[in-house]
Design a protein around this ligand. Sequence first.
Ligand code: 13P
Ligand code: SF4
Length: 348
Amino acid sequence: MIATDPAIEAEAERLLSSLMHVECDPKGRTWNLETCREIAPLTLEINRLKKDKNAVILTHSYVEPEIVYGVGDFKGDSYYLSKMAKESSAEIILFAGVVFMAETAKILSPDSTVIVPDNGSGCSLADSITGEEVKKLKALHPEAAVVCYINSTAQVKAECDVCVTSGNVYDIVANLPEKQILFVPDRLMADNVRAELKKRGVVKEIISSDGTCVVHEEFEVSQIDQARAQFPGLKVVSHPECTEEVAAASDFVGSTGEMMKYVKSTQAPYFLMLTECGLVGRLEVEDPEKNFIGGCRLCPYMKLNSLEKIRDALKAPRPDQIVTLDEDLRLRAAQCIDRMFELTPASK
Ligand code: 13P
Ligand code: SF4
């Protein structure tokens, strides 16, 4: 009989208690005691390194489930994770998400060393516009309030008046005094803001740049129609990075955090989640009674994170894994994010 290490066995059991529920695994893995035993030495090592180095790991819900449930200290959407970064007193913040999220953490927590496991983890929205391009747009629309979605670079944030996330965008834009809004970088989210303000009877002109999310732009109304015909009673849940048509055909639209809350508090025989698959994995773990039908898609950038990269970056980060920002730029970007915190309703 092969002798098993009790610490590894206990860690494998701990991992299994969450991961056994994940059916929507990005690599198609079936989680059982054997697969959990394989990753247990890594999660044990990472959790030990966190203690030794006074580090915390922030995990976006889109990263792989063994990261979220194996080593994540805080898990959630961009707004929640930004708040956690701002409140953190850890010496090291490792952000298992994408680069703009780690940059945001550095802007808000400048005394911490902020680490990103893979500096190639971009975002099609953040990469769609530069700070210089925003400056040019501002010159064309000098009267406009300049609003950036948090999925943007520090250079872009430094040029903007206020930042928003998918959870507060409608309220913040609706409450701004300016009648003209220059919204970057998400064109589809701008369409959704326009539609929502119309519903609320708020009159504003929204001008947007041309970015889109490679994951959310792909969802189509025909997919919703087909699913509704096949699964009576289905609830369709989407993200404001989807098209206006998809949002209009959905039962609920919100940030990934709000999507989770909606599913947890709604009784329905089936849910169609029009977002990244990681969120379905989280819901399978945290609300295992619910049924999800296919539909979600993978974000190639989020999936660049791995336990191995996290372990190596915590042990000895390479220069390209440490987020550094010019202090003047950081301060300008911080103003834009602080204004978001001031303008976000306390209920969020
Ligand atoms: P959330 O803040 O809603 O999690 O959105 C982040 C994101 O990148 C969605 O694609
Ligand atoms: Fe960016 Fe879309 Fe990936 Fe979110 S899902 S990080 S918006 S590319």
